[in-house]
Design a protein around this ligand. Structure first.
Ligand SMILES: NC(=O)C1=CN([C@@H]2O[C@H](COP(=O)(O)OP(=O)(O)OC[C@H]3O[C@@H](n4cnc5c(N)ncnc54)[C@H](O)[C@@H]3O)[C@@H](O)[C@H]2O)C=CC1
Ligand SMILES: CC(=O)C(=O)O
Length: 352
């Protein structure tokens, strides 16, 4: 009995009748016109906790026509694919494929890399670098071979160093390779500020930039609630202690991942939503600004080497359109350069 390549479901009836041709009668004399809507194909490499959170969030948001999962574990991969396909009646129509072979990814518009080792509680993300760089050597070249025009979005940790590695291995221009960076940290920051002030996180503007990790930099002057700049408001009211609260909130952001990992073993939902939010900006050419990991050499006095770290950047169909000219205080600029140094110290030890 013949089976469809991606689902394994039989397309032939018991007598060998091909049912796919017998349910509908065409009302046209020729083939129907091809749809004018752009066909979006996204690949997610790594079908672990993060990859599957990304996949399911993308599916529920009706972003893609084809979703491809790639992993090194064939049974896990097929199980995840079937489990998602079985929700087809409740989801926007999407063709879901899964394979350990990269040929299935051909023609992807966006390739999201989540494969790799993850940190345990108490471990720094930077500690993962050697293990994940060698995985990237087997992941990035075949992705590029099959989708030479794609945008690559790196999620695996340490995300800033691995985005640099992906850029080098791909040979792509820098606008087509970026990392999820501090889009997640900034979301955690906005949630904690909103929670503290009892407002909606959508109404809180606040950026964390630099490394997705211990040396991240909170841009205090970027914080506004409903259009009111928070720091100058607090200064006018002479509520100095709130500045201490904000610093505590930034510390809580840095410790967030470790807290979740200690409690449930890994983080997944927030990064899933964060990445789907980035995918939407790319696929829908939304030109929204997100704090993501981009080639930062030359920005804000960062000169020591080619380094990727997060800066507020505009995203569209072709990838990173540009980095916003944010104003940094001398202290913030110094912290950003320190963050670049922390990343470069790890990166410079790599044979890339
Ligand atoms: N940037 C961010 O904000 C975040 C990054 N992460 C990172 O995402 C990565 C994945 O985390 P989890 O999904 O929790 O780990 P996981 O262990 O659940 O999944 C990793 C997956 O990668 C697959 N894999 C390993 N080698 C592969 C290869 N050569 N080709 C294809 N697939 C391969 C494994 O089979 C596994 O399914 C980690 O590096 C983690 O630190 C996690 C959360 C947030
Ligand atoms: C694991 C990780 O990088 C995070 O949740 O922030």
């Amino acid at each position: 009995m013949q089976k469809s390549a991606s689902s394994g479901v039989s397309l032939l009836g018991p007598g060998g009748l091909d049912l796919t041709h017998s349910f509908f009668t065409s009302i046209l004399n020729s083939a129907p016109p091809s749809p004018t809507k752009r066909h979006n194909k996204v690949t997610v490499v790594g079908a672990g906790n993060v990859g599957m959170a990304v996949a399911q969030t993308i599916l529920t948001q009706d972003l893609v026509d084809e979703l491809v999962l790639v992993d090194a574990l064939p049974d896990k991969l097929r199980g995840e694919m079937l489990d998602l396909q079985h929700a087809a009646a409740f989801l926007p129509r999407t063709k879901i494929h899964a394979s350990t072979e990269y040929s299935v990814t051909a023609g992807s518009d966006l390739c999201i890399v989540t494969a790799g080792a993850r940190q345990v509680s108490g471990e720094s993300r930077l500690n993962l670098v050697q293990r994940n760089v060698s995985l990237f050597r087997s992941i990035i070249p075949p992705l590029v071979q099959h989708s030479p025009a794609c945008v690559i979005l790196v999620v695996s940790n340490p995300v800033d160093v691995l985005t640099y590695v992906a850029w080098k291995l791909s040979g792509f221009p820098a606008n087509r390779v970026f990392g999820s960076g501090t889009n997640l940290d900034s979301s955690r920051f906005r949630f904690l500020i909103a929670d503290h002030l009892d407002v909606n996180a959508h109404d809180v503007q606040a950026y964390i930039v630099g490394e997705h990790g211990d040396s991240s930099v909170a841009l205090w002057s970027s914080i506004s609630v409903g259009g009111v700049p928070v720091l100058s408001f607090l200064e006018k009211q002479e509520i100095a202690y709130e500045r201490v609260t904000l610093e505590k909130i930034h510390k809580a952001v840095i410790e967030s991942a470790d807290e979740v990992i200690r409690l449930k073993g890994y983080t997944s939902w927030a990064i899933g939503y964060s990445v789907a939010n980035l995918a939407r900006s790319i696929l829908r050419d939304q030109r929204k600004v997100h704090p993501v990991s981009v080639l930062a050499k030359g920005f804000h006095g960062i000169h020591g080497g080619e380094v990727f770290l997060s800066l507020p950047s505009q995203l569209g169909r072709g990838g990173v359109i540009g980095v916003t000219n944010i104003h940094l205080t001398p202290k913030e600029a110094q912290h950003l350069r320190d963050s670049a140094t922390a990343i470069l110290e790890v990166q410079n030890q790599l044979p890339i």
